[in-house]
Design a protein around this ligand. Sequence first.
Ligand code: ARG
Length: 465
Amino acid sequence: MTDKKDPTKLWGGRFTEATDAFVERFTASVEFDRRLYRHDINGSIAHARMLHKVGILTAQELQQILHGLESIRDDIQNDKFEWSIALEDVHMNVEAQLTKRIGDVGKKLHTGRSRNDQVATDLRLYVRDEIDQVADLIVKLQLALVNLADAQADTIMPGFTHLQTAQPVSFGHHMMAWYEMLTRDYARLLDCRKRVNLSPLGAAALAGTTYPIDREYTAQLLGFDGPTRNSLDSVSDRDFAIELAAFASMLMMHLSRFSEELVLWTSAQFGFIDLPDRFCTGSSIMPQKKNPDVPELVRGKTGRVYGHMMSLLTLMKSQPLAYNKDNQEDKEPVFDLLDTVKDCLYAYSEMIPAITCNADLMYQAAKQGYATATDLADYLVKKGMPFRDAHEVVGKSVAFGIEQKKDLAELTLEQLQSFSELIEDDVFQVLTLEGSVNARNHIGGTAPEQVRAAIQVARSMLEKR
Ligand code: ARG
């Protein structure tokens, strides 16, 4: 048999013919996994140091390897590295280049490890770095929301259920509702980080290795909390990526809700707020338009993040232990969901502080739609009427108001008294928007006093992060 095998392949020993050109392209991941180069090199540095510590590499060999890896890192950073599809992935590109630069010593680096534990390590390191960036962006956005809430704690807007006017609320209270959603996202992210931050390095291909490796040491060098506990699970587990995607999906769901409200509020029909021009775009045909493209796009990008979560879940479904090539498909969803989430959080953290509120328009809107009807019912209850009866009385008053085209506060005392004798002239205080909002003065209520208390709690939480 003639030997036509490709000498560039690091695993070519048992092969007798070159890889099909299509298969080479189809199975290669270097086009996207080269993003992992810094983490791959850091993982290799830790591995090499450990090999020296346990007596597998001499001090001189270690130094050669470290220099080689650092020079490769510099070249990649400066765009001077030539990536090769024939070398399949980031791991083999770096390793082949190392041997090219430092000679046969480079071939010792892969002692006691496999690309299977290597890639799992790289991805965890990458995800951990990104988690820290995402966490900072969440905090930045939360701070922006708290500041806006502080400035607008006394601004009254209509609160909605079913998108119908329900009861007046403080605009600051609404901002703090968004803040709360992000508090949960932050907690989920940090919880996910705990399971990301374990080192699979040393699991090797699937069963561990015959060399006297020190997994605690590599874990420590790489800033992991410790080594993972089962080699088969270590190389195949991608739960952390799915958890990350679940976190990201929930976060995007929240951002899509903020977006929907911003889009509504900036419309001529609501007019509650203005977004700065630099966050909007115009229309090529309608000169009057100022479109809220940024929130719309954030809303739209929610779909792709949900998609990535489904991709990752489905990718892992039914996979037998241990590593399977399927797992190469984990990278693009993870990269893209992180890019997307970071962009969206950045956009929001810049946009929120630049919002201007049209307090008058919000106030006028809150006066429409009988937002204080519940307050009238509560007023009657406090005067001794059972709530269900009060509900009925107020319902009739509202129907009368609609007929007269008047708000409850605009009816005369006599007109109101025709629905219940319990109504006296102290009722008008209750029917004002301020009275309604101020009356909801308990933990979690919309009274500006409570909003300020919530802001204070939030500020002290944020300072600790
Ligand atoms: N490029 C591969 C991946 O992304 C690296 C691990 C390959 N391992 C293997 N046994 N083929 O998963």
